[in-house]
Design a protein. Structure first.
Lengths: 343, 343
DNA sequence: CTTCTTTCTGCACACGTGTGCAAGACTGCA
DNA sequence: TGCAGTCTTGCACACGTGTGCAGAAAGAAG
């Protein structure tokens, strides 16, 4: 056996075996190029015989399109982001794009890590994590690489964004809780500097105002279980407790239920209704049966990949809003139960 | 402004601006190459001025090392794998390697997707999901790319593996449950064709045998919440119920607790002790307080990245076993409670 | 001054591929 | 046969970089 064949075969090897030129091999692997069916067959046969597949690195160098997409993600311990990442990668692969992943601990890291990503000549960047600085965005824009934010947005030119309709979802939740007959409604915010938490709070409090209900209390839990536990202890330690609590994500809502039950001996939802946001898998577990706002991850990631390819063709940056859906479960009293309790 | 400068700067641009040759620029960005401090300073200044960073694609083409690593992952809805992925990526990045991600739905997909990964000339492949076929392994080996499996192993040459000491962890759990005074101990298996589930079962049943305790019952839950629910219904629907249940992962253990409490009205651990494996975050939630076997994700991913770099230098394939640690919590009766109950 | 060593720099080639261009082969029509 | 059009193929260049090689410059030793 030729020693060369033990390593990766090159197009020249295939060409020699098939008795054609190297260009013919290249064209046989290119959609819509001029190759006769006969030579194409010869070439493909030789290629499989040698285990040849075109070197994507060299191809990327000459075409100036790497067919790789940078995917920036943080906090995979949040199941929602894990789901987003998985769906995103599957859709990129189906579109013939390879996800080059970048995991970052804090948003600060982003500015130092994204240049490293651009060095790999990615065709675009998908950010499913934190926000990004304006210098970074302009850097990507100058390099002609579209940027798409998922679940966050930022007021910058040349930055696309896909978010759930956080305002609408939170408004629906306000309706649901007020209809349930709750009088002392509290809100538990996520990370204060994220658009998602701010939009959810704005939609929730805004709709409460329209319904002539004042927000009873507010705390912040930084989207984490541990911080949410502390915040909920403060909320439930008051002399007059809230009777409903809307949390900016499900992880915090689950923390709230745990603290309410095990540290304050409360029944959910009889003594306290609890609701969350994201509709993660744990929300449907029988132990919590959590009312939540469902984010349509499929539509969001579809839109994100679409924007990426659109931006690749020079389209203008857009912000796509995906509708939210209220998933009512057993952790909140609904209309009838509320009426019964009042009776 | 030069139109060229609006796109990515090349080394030749930096060279011209600094008044040196292109080779000097290349050497200024290479560790340990002959460049005088003076010219290096000139070059770096010109580089920052143009926003230059070396094109990793072109560099990979000439050095024949892409500095990218394929990372194959499946089932990110399992928080354990999400944690593994996050830790792996962070460590690869620290080592100057870029993770090229490949998400696959079933193990069958792997054979068709990994060649696509090899086309990108990855320096190695990390598989944190399913197993891989022997043809695939030999394909990687022939291309000189080290392969490391995480949390699974397979008896093939040229395939490295890092696993938790599943046998040891399961044995410790057997000791714990027997010491707790349990008499009717059941096991809930994961996916039947995975080495992790088989090793955990082997270790658990083996140690029970040494302690002269027969396994009371066995079911399979495919590592998922839904399938575990069905399996646990069968287990608890018997006339004589188990008094302890060891599940091959935490997700199934959580399902078991939910079913026991909400469908059978049982108390955990008074009526039924439940334990899991993985020690995911939800295991520490107050609602479950689940006894589990902790897999040291840090050490496992450290070892995996180490093996990858070792294999890159031509070292022989190895199988590394990372010790497991029993994390006792409130979902299992311990020695004293067991003694009390017997009294 | 000569000779040797050390440090530095530029030339030129190589990596594996896509594609414009021109020339050849073939077909259909007059 | 002559001509125009369509299809097919090979040549040669380009993408942006790393690095062996040889030569230059500078200093040290004789």
């Amino acid at each position: 056996m030729n020693p060369k064949s033990s390593l990766n075969a090159r197009s020249i090897d295939v060409a020699r075996l098939a008795g054609v030129s190297r260009s013919a091999v290249s064209r046989a692997f290119t959609e819509g190029a001029y190759v006769s069916g006969e030579t194409r067959a010869k070439i493909l046969k030789a290629a499989t015989q040698l285990g040849y597949s075109p070197n994507a690195i060299a191809r990327g160098l000459i075409t100036r399109r790497s067919r790789m997409v940078g995917v920036v993600v943080a906090d995979l311990s949040n199941p929602f982001y894990a789901r987003v990442l998985e769906a995103t990668c599957l859709k990129l692969q189906e579109a013939g794009l390879a996800p080059l992943m970048l995991s970052c601990r804090r948003s600060q890291d982003l500015d130092s890590l994204v240049p490293q990503l651009l060095a790999y000549q990615v065709d675009g960047v998908l950010i499913a994590a934190s926000t990004l600085s304006s210098t970074l965005a302009s850097q990507c824009a100058r390099a002609g690489r579209p940027v798409v934010l998922i679940n966050r947005y930022v007021n910058l030119d040349a930055v696309n964004a896909v978010t759930c309709d956080n305002v609408g979802g939170a408004r629906a939740m306000a309706d649901h809780l007020v209809q349930g007959g709750h009088k002392r409604i509290a809100f538990l915010a996520g990370l204060e500097d994220t658009s998602s938490s701010r939009d959810r709070e704005r939609g929730f409090v805004g709709r409460l105002g329209e319904l002539k209900v004042a927000l009873f209390a507010r705390e912040s839990g930084n989207y984490t279980y541990a911080d949410a536990c502390s915040a909920v202890r403060r909320l439930l330690g008051r002399r007059l407790r809230p009777d409903a609590l809307f949390c900016a994500n499900d992880t915090m809502a689950i923390a709230a239920i745990d603290i309410a039950r095990h540290e304050f001996g409360l029944e959910v939802p009889a003594d306290l209704s609890v609701a969350g946001y994201d509709n993660i898998e744990a929300a449907s577990w029988k132990g919590y049966d959590l009312t939540s706002v469902d984010q349509d991850v499929d539509r969001m990631t579809d839109a994100a990949v679409g924007l990426l390819q659109n931006g690749d063709k020079g389209g203008k940056p857009r912000h796509i809003l995906v509708p939210a859906r209220l998933e009512k479960r057993g952790s909140t009293r609904d209309v009838r139960a509320g009426a019964m309790r009042r009776a």
